[in-house]
Design a protein around this ligand. Structure first.
Ligand code: ZN
Length: 148
């Protein structure tokens, strides 16, 4: 096919209007109403889970109620609370317990940790559950301070 023929074939084409559904929380555009409703439900569930987490629940209690970890928590993960802190060396190259769980996603239990482990400042990052190990008490939380 020559270029001119190709262009002639495309000329009658007009843009088509489509219907989409926008999640009012994250503004994601979904192609079905069902997907948008599902997105809204996940945000509401996230809120309930994280309110429970902020009130001091353990990972086990959250899993018992919402099944976000599918019963796959290790013995030491079961007792972890918002006050537990972890050494996650690859975050800001910090080898001290500077990170705590600051958010739990309802979808597959995605974990976000946050902390100030170095001069890079406060930092939040999603981590694999494999890094949620050897919990330290809140009294051992390391917070980087300039010059110390
Ligand atoms: Zn959403």
């Amino acid at each position: 096919m020559k270029n001119s023929e190709f262009i002639e074939e495309l000329l009658p084409m007009q843009p088509k209007e489509v219907v989409a559904y926008k999640c009012p929380y994250c503004h994601d555009i979904k192609t079905t109403e069902f997907a948008a409703e599902r997105c809204i439900e996940e945000h509401l569930l996230d809120k309930v889970i994280n309110d429970m987490w902020d009130d001091g629940a353990t990972l086990q209690q959250i899993d018992d109620q919402f099944g976000v970890f599918n019963g796959c928590l290790t013995e030491e993960q079961k007792t972890v609370t918002k006050d537990s802190c972890f050494v996650i060396e690859y975050l800001a190259l910090c080898d001290k317990p500077a990170y705590r769980i600051v958010h739990i996603g309802s979808h597959w239990g995605a974990i976000t940790v946050g902390g100030k482990g170095s001069y890079l400042g406060y930092y939040e990052h999603d981590v694999n559950m494999l890094y949620i190990k050897d919990p330290h008490p809140l009294s051992e939380l390391f917070v980087y301070e300039f010059g110390k």
